[in-house]
Design a protein around this ligand. Structure first.
Ligand code: 2HG
Ligand code: ZN
Length: 486
């Protein structure tokens, strides 16, 4: 270890107390493994240490030290990201700042419908806290137990209710951020409108810890939706799915709170690893697409209008089957939807794609991939699912299931061999098409390490140079999460 790193470690122990600094030298890699590897087990790092500050001023002290001794810092929340954005490098030179001890909710303002929360607070804790005040924090993702609000803001996460309430960015009033020289920017106002210059908070949101460390946020709350209606809709293909989405939004005055789709390949995967998560009432959906449609129960439109429209869509061949879900059925349907990522993790690595496309192009895009990209490769399954209303497809490409690989270990190995050979090529082919269709290669998972090169390849020089200029201004020494995003 060089002397700067040793000095950083010694001083950070003085600031935080020895028990709040775990180092690879003292504790060994196995004791800091959960901070060193990403959720998907795709990126493996070896940090020098993991520090656990409990206040913004402790974070500020640590950043001042990092600035002095040139030590790169990786802020980490629940480590649930899917792009390797919070995984350190593997050369024992970087320090993970775990925000786990900074998890309190500082205040709530019921009249203003806002709350101020520390960045290490889990999404579930925040949601429950809002609910206890009869309010709703609407952002929702399946990793809610572990994902933290800091990570959610750093990646501008989206999830299951973006359609009605927007992404993390749309739910954030203001931020408190520790800058790369250790100064604290307090931008925690809870204003709906603020036109007093550049929107600094919007620079930090989605910057994946490359510009500063978010230590607290002021977030926006909504009224609780006490009664929701949930339907399932089965369609023959993605073209029909988009058509149903458009038709239903017309009837309910754009009031859908969710419209999530799952291809049959995605459901097959859940069937294989978590068969109890596939409810019987959806029946056989071979080669079809099932969507979950959710809306608040209000008197703005009548249930009969929806029923009538569903029946017309059946007559015109757009909808294959639909049904109203009672409470328990709705819960089961959501459990199926949320199981896809976990079933994927059981199956083995995939070429993960988090695409954003204009809704009007989704159908042509999927057809083009099937026609001109997939035939170039060995047989694959397209684990296509996600947030159709947002134009966001989780368009994951998985090696076709081989019955010979029943053991997880063997399957994982076979997937690794496939990915080594084809991952980059498949991703490039798909991304080129995404650009042709005026889409984006990241909708809600961020860039991290996974898409860094591709993002740089695909953006114009003008855009990349603007981003580099911003990075240079905020982090001249390059100590904020280097090697990610830009
Ligand atoms: C979801 O929508 C998440 O469930 C995860 O964004 C997507 O596993 C994925 O690719
Ligand atoms: Zn998603």
């Amino acid at each position: 270890m060089n002397s700067d790193l040793a000095l950083f470690l010694k001083s950070s122990e003085e600031i935080l107390g020895g028990e709040n600094v775990l180092s690879i030298r003292n504790q060994g890699l196995s004791n800091i493994l959960k901070f060193s590897v990403d959720w998907r087990k795709k990126f493996f790092g070896k940090p020098l240490a993991v520090c656990f500050p409990n206040s913004s001023s402790q974070v500020s002290e640590l950043v001042k030290l990092a600035d002095k001794f040139n030590v790169p810092l990786i802020a980490q929340g629940g480590n649930t990201g899917l792009s390797g954005g919070a995984t350190p490098s593997n050369d024992i030179s970087q320090v993970v700042i775990s925000m786990s001890r900074m998890n309190s909710i500082r205040s709530i303002d019921i009249v203003n419908k806002s709350l101020t929360v520390e960045s290490g607070c889990s999404l579930r804790k925040l949601q429950d806290f809002a609910k206890n005040s009869s309010l709703l924090f609407p952002l929702d993702i399946s990793s809610r137990e572990d994902a933290t609000i800091g990570g959610i803001l750093a990646t501008n996460a989206g999830g299951l209710s973006v359609l009605r309430y927007g992404s993390a960015r749309d739910l954030c009033f203001g931020l408190e951020v520790v800058l790369s020289d250790g100064k604290i920017w307090n931008g925690l106002k809870s204003l709906k409108k603020d036109n007093s210059g550049y929107s600094l908070k919007n620079l930090f949101i989605g910057s994946e810890g490359t510009l500063g460390i978010i230590t607290a946020a002021s977030m926006c709350l909504y009224s609780e939706v006490l009664d929701r209606e949930t339907y399932f809709v089965i369609t023959r293909d993605i073209t029909a799915t988009v058509a149903v989405y458009n038709e239903l939004q017309k009837i309910v005055n754009d009031n859908l709170t969710a419209f999530e789709f799952m291809s049959s390949d995605a459901i097959d995967l859940v069937m294989r690893y978590f068969p109890n998560r596939v409810p019987n009432f959806i029946g056989n959906i071979k080669s079809k697409i099932i969507s979950i449609v959710e809306l608040p129960r209000t008197n703005l439109y009548k249930d009969e209008c929806l029923t009538e429209r569903f029946e017309q869509l059946i007559s015109s061949g757009i909808v294959f089957k639909w049904g109203f879900c009672k409470n328990k059925q709705a819960t089961k349907l959501w459990a199926l939807r949320e199981a896809i990522t976990y079933a994927s993790a059981e199956n083995g690595q995939q070429v993960k794609n988090d695409l954003s496309l204009p809704r009007s192009s989704i159908s042509d895009f999927v057809t083009s991939v099937r026609k001109s990209i997939l035939p170039k490769y060995p047989r694959v399954s397209l684990i296509n699912f996600g947030h159709i209303g947002d134009g966001n497809l989780h368009f994951n490409v998985s090696p076709f299931f081989n019955e010979a690989f029943q053991k997880k270990e063997d399957r994982w190995k076979a997937h690794e061999v496939f990915l080594k050979k084809y991952e980059e090529k498949i991703r490039k082919d798909i991304n080129d098409l995404v650009v042709d269709f005026s889409g984006s290669v990241s909708a809600e998972h961020g860039i991290g390490q996974l898409r860094r090169e591709e993002n740089i390849r695909l953006k114009s020089d003008v855009e990349i140079n603007l981003m580099r200029g911003i990075k240079q201004y905020f982090d001249p020494k390059g100590i904020m999460n280097p090697g990610k995003l830009i």
